[in-house]
Design a protein around this ligand. Sequence first.
Ligand code: GDP
Length: 138
Amino acid sequence: MSNRTFTMIKPDAVKAGNIGNILQMINAGGFRIVAMKYLFLTKQQAEKFYEVHAARPFYGELTEFMSSGPIVAAILEKGNAVADFRTLIGATNPAQAEEGTIRKKYAASIGENAVHGSDSDENAAIEGNFFFNGLERF
Ligand code: GDP
């Protein structure tokens, strides 16, 4: 079990002005920010990041959406980070997300669902390395 996970505040939540609200929930959830940046992915970069989903029917929509506006990318630290962060964000489909979760509060649909959270320690490391080098982590 690792103590780090990776997140993105997705373009829908950035556009809606919810960066601050979501960071507030992340801090209140006990996560420490290890690294963070605000950036605008190209379609190619989004395709590379979501390569594991390339065969899924929503891959085109997902990568269009993720390159449609700026995002916030961050590495977060807490005991049991991956699982606890998945609990904090809620189900992929906000209609099925628990009350009090980030997606329940701020996501509109299964595709435009406000935040990303790594699904394993291995992917947390791969995804964090996609965005941050060693000098960008504190
Ligand atoms: P997550 O781990 O909860 O983010 O969910 P997945 O790994 O299953 O999917 C990755 C991302 O793809 C989700 O967060 C959504 O943004 C998107 N996604 C998943 N299912 C669908 C879908 O049915 N339609 C669309 N347009 N996007 C989807």
